[in-house]
Design a protein. Structure first.
Length: 63
């Protein structure tokens, strides 16, 4: 799966931070939640505009 299909950077959105396409949810935020121990289910329940594919892509995003 190519992360470029799901993650974009735009200077007009969150100062150009990488975000999940079509949202203002940053890759950084999702990685921080995962590092804090949030489960995939908790993240998806809290952010209904994203799905399991997005979480998989975030995990593979080159840092």
């Amino acid at each position: 799966m190519d992360w470029r299909e799901h993650i974009v950077s735009d200077k007009g959105v969150l100062l150009g931070k990488p975000v999940i396409k079509g949202t203002r949810i940053s890759v950084e935020l999702i990685l921080e939640l995962m590092a804090q121990g949030w489960t995939e289910e908790q993240i998806l329940d809290s952010y209904p505009s994203i799905n399991a594919t997005h979480l998989s892509v975030v995990r593979s995003y080159p840092q």
